[in-house]
Design a protein around this ligand. Structure first.
Ligand code: NDP
Ligand code: MG
Length: 389
């Protein structure tokens, strides 16, 4: 087989860096076509020097200059702006696009890659939460191959024949580590600091998803993601707390079989799966050591202490723009928490208030969703100012 060209959007982040790590192990299979970064030009310059992509995308002319100042090898083509992300995502110069931008900012490029019929390796779960129907329609219309990179969804995909829910599937078991505050009391949760919240017990991830993991909003977003990816309803999904993060998710069949996918908690495993699908390649992940007292525990999620999970279920049931509103609110509250403006438990409270106070509509376009996203952020910011310390 010939060398495949890979585009990585959000290359400077946690998923982006893990993707480059897998790619560098297989120079005979992959080369980097394009990389995007947003603020971290030091990391981007290092990766551009190392992987010599054809194209680099940065947000502004200032960032372009910063990048150029840091490069030690000849500069590739550098494009700027959001439209450049969309154009490169849809370009036929790449065989696969890793969508690893964080948040709703990744929506347009995910849709562009789908519409253009690329192989879309989707880490950016927010695009499915915000625009699940539009993104799945774009995948259909473009004939794209959509491979979930989120570890739970990648696990579910692996536990299903051809990656699809067919007759005989009873339910999907979505596992959750429970985050760093799994056993914390309500009172303790009030005093949680940003540093404690981003210190995840099992996974090393970007700051936003680490906070989502601590509030269980991540599991809520993943529940919505699973509904769109596999054509399920929330009632088809059982959320199971599994503190070791060894089982990445499971599928329950009507005959009593439960199929699980296991591995060390290392995103390079689902990334390698997505890159090589349907083949398998080495990822650099540790082997699971079954002889080292590997124990597996399971528990129920607590929707009282972690209301964000319940909010996501309610938003999906409400449908239309409700999940997009919840996602926008959550991006704002997480940022406000990380900056010290609100407390940990305010995240859920304010998310709920935004979801209640805003009007939900039917979804008809990405432009509409962009406007709804802005409106929800404004509503959220005024609540942050009111609730804030
Ligand atoms: P990071 O915060 O580590 O990285 C985010 C990436 O997006 C960076 O390259 C960042 O650039 C870029 N970026 C940030 N804001 C914008 C913007 N407005 N426009 C364009 N690019 C932007 O996040 P993660 O890698 O942790 O997560 C990426 C996605 O993958 C998220 O959707 C997350 O939910 C999902 N995911 C992550 C997992 C993980 O283990 N990390 C696991 C499962 C899913 P820069 O850093 O240069 O500013
Ligand atoms: Mg996940």
């Amino acid at each position: 087989t010939s060398v495949q060209n890979i585009t990585i959007l959000g290359a400077t982040g946690s998923i982006g860096q893990n993707t480059l790590d897998v790619i560098h192990r297989h120079p005979e299979r992959y080369r980097v076509h394009a990389l995007s970064g947003h603020s971290n030009m030091t990391q981007l310059a290092r990766d551009v020097d190392r992987f010599a992509p054809d194209v680099v995308i940065v947000p502004t002319a200032e960032r372009r200059k910063e990048l150029l100042d840091r490069l030690s090898r000849p500069a590739p083509e550098i494009r700027t702006g959001e439209q450049a992300l969309v154009d490169v995502a849809g370009s036929s110069d790449a065989d696969a696009v890793m969508a690893a931008i964080v948040g709703a900012a990744g929506l347009e490029s995910s849709i562009a890659a789908a519409r253009a019929g690329r192989k879309l390796l989707l880490a950016n779960k927010e695009s499915l939460v915000v625009a699940g129907r539009l993104l799945m329609e774009a995948v259909q219309a473009g004939g794209a191959t959509l491979l979930p990179i989120d570890s739970e969804h990648n696990a579910i995909f692996q536990c299903l024949p051809e990656g699809r829910v067919q007759s005989g599937v009873e339910s999907v078991l979505l596992t959750a580590s429970g985050g760093p505050f799994r056993d914390a009391s309500m009172e303790q949760l009030i005093h949680v600091t940003p540093d404690q919240a981003v210190a995840h017990p099992n996974w090393s991830m970007g700051r936003k998803i680490s906070v989502d993991s601590a509030t269980l909003m991540n599991k809520g977003l993943e529940l919505i993601e699973a509904c769109w990816l596999f054509g399920l309803q929330p009632s088809d999904i059982e959320v199971v707390i599994h503190p070791q993060s060894v089982i990445h998710s499971m599928v329950r069949y009507v005959d009593g079989s439960v199929i699980a996918q296991m591995g060390a908690p290392d995103m390079r495993t689902p990334i390698a799966y997505g890159l090589a699908y349907p083949e398998r390649i080495a990822s650099g992940s540790d082997r699971l050591a079954f002889n080292e007292l590997l124990s597996l525990n399971f528990d129920q999620p607590d929707r009282e202490r972690f209301p964000c999970l319940r909010l996501a279920e309610e938003a999906f049931d409400a449908g239309g723009t409700a999940p997009a509103i919840l996602n926008a609110a959550n991006e704002e509250t997480v940022a406000a928490f990380l900056e010290g403006y609100i407390g940990f438990t305010d995240i859920g409270r304010i998310n709920e208030a935004v979801l209640c106070e805003t009007e939900h509509q039917q979804v008809h376009s990405v432009e509409q969703l962009r406007a709804v996203d802005q409106m929800a952020r404004e509503c959220c910011r005024s609540l942050v100012a009111k609730f804030g310390v």
